[in-house]
Design a protein around this ligand. Structure first.
Ligand code: CO
Length: 134
């Protein structure tokens, strides 16, 4: 297993501007990136807090993955992202173990990162993401 660290924690929010301010004021967060991705139905902000990172994701509409998440669960923790050197290799390892995957191969995620998601069924209820900077 080649997980290096928790790369970020993803939080689903209704109002991205307001949430960025909350994290800046409460925790001294610094905005690192902000991006709107129509095909994923999200606008997202990456915030640095000390050596750690939070990713705020807000839906572009109700009929998007994050929009459906908010309707069902409300705002709050959405996923945990683990930094790995090789997303494809980690997916192959999980597939061999029989774990349920959302992405069968790495894809371009937010902020130009290579990502793949692992189904919450595999983890006891937490959506997990593999991330590589390459
Ligand atoms: Co993420």
């Amino acid at each position: 297993v080649a997980v290096k660290s928790v790369h970020h924690v993803g939080i689903a929010v209704d109002d991205l501007d307001a949430s960025v301010l909350v994290y800046e004021e409460l925790f001294g967060a610094r905005l690192e990136h902000r991006e709107r991705v129509e095909e994923q139905g999200v606008e997202a902000a990456s915030l640095r807090i000390g050596e750690s990172r939070i990713e705020l994701v807000s839906p572009l509409g109700p009929d998007t993955p994050v929009g459906r998440f908010l309707a069902k669960r409300g705002p709050g923790m959405h996923h945990v992202a683990f930094e790995v050197a090789d997303v494809a290799a980690e997916l192959a390892r999980l597939r061999a173990d029989g774990a349920q995957l959302i992405d069968e191969s790495p894809r371009r995620g937010l902020f130009g990162l290579q990502v793949a998601f692992v189904h919450p069924e595999a983890t006891g209820g937490v959506l997990a993401e593999f991330v590589s900077d390459d």
